[in-house]
Design a binder for this molecule. Structure first.
Ligand code: PRP
Ligand code: URA
Length: 210
């Protein structure tokens, strides 16, 4: 791991992540927590957004006050589970555009299979934040980054709730330019390539499909 991996250490995030991991957490609570943690991670992932200033008048006097420069931004969830994070990102960056990337892991080969893609027309000019709760083998996230680079995107970040060291390694070797933001780095993967201890199947837990 190097300086491109940002493990966001905050007591609120750690607390929420523990509830998320608990197998007894309900679908409703799980969904709400994914969104809340998404918001907290976005806070870190947008730390380098450029600022400018504008003149405003407070009730006391005029001032040159900081304001976002309005750089174009897009959030790209990897479906399905990434959808759970979109709302949290949009609450922090309401003007962001959303690109959807449908992808699932083939359960035998663990290779990502793409089934949908719809991007904002000008996505190449935007800073892109790819979101997915889980970075396991890294196959899905790495393919997603390839696709966004294929569109011409130059500033790409990846935001996940839980990462396995194997997934981080894959992103770092294939895409060393991409910053990774995560809530935790876990021990590893089990024989079915699920993150250990992880939180189980994120998509199934968000949408209640199991
Ligand atoms: C999960 C997860 C990631 C991927 C991570 O999606 O949301 O997209 O697996 O695994 P990887 O790093 O080994 O590629 P899944 O394939 O279960 O699809 P879903 O979101 O539709 O449930
Ligand atoms: N996908 C998930 O939803 N969970 C894991 O632990 C690994 C891949």
């Amino acid at each position: 791991m190097n300086e491109k991996v940002h493990v966001v250490n905050h007591p609120l995030l750690s607390h929420k992540l523990t509830i998320l991991r608990d197998k007894n957490t309900s679908t409703k609570d799980f969904r709400e927590l994914v969104s809340e943690i998404g918001m907290l991670l976005t806070y870190e992932a947008t730390r380098d957004l450029p600022l400018t200033t504008k003149e405003i008048e407070t009730p006391i006097c005029k001032m040159e006050a900081p304001t976002l420069k309005g750089k174009k931004f897009a959030v790209v969830p990897i479906l399905r589970a990434g959808l759970g994070l979109v709302d949290g990102v949009l609450r922090m960056v309401p003007s962001a555009r959303v690109g959807h990337l449908g992808m699932y892991r083939n359960e035998e080969t663990m290779e990502p299979v793409q089934y949908f893609c719809k991007m904002p027309r000008d996505v190449a000019e935007r800073d892109v934040l790819i979101v997915d709760p889980m970075l396991a083998t890294g196959g899905s996230a790495s393919a997603a980054i390839d696709i966004m680079k294929g569109y011409g995107c130059q500033n790409i970040k990846l935001m996940v709730l839980v990462a396995a060291p194997q997934g981080i390694e894959v992103i770092q070797s294939k895409h060393p330019d991409v910053d990774i933001y995560c809530g935790a780095v876990d021990e590893g993967l089990n024989e079915a390539s699920y993150i250990v201890p992880g939180l189980g199947d994120a998509g199934d837990r968000i949408f209640g499909t199991k």
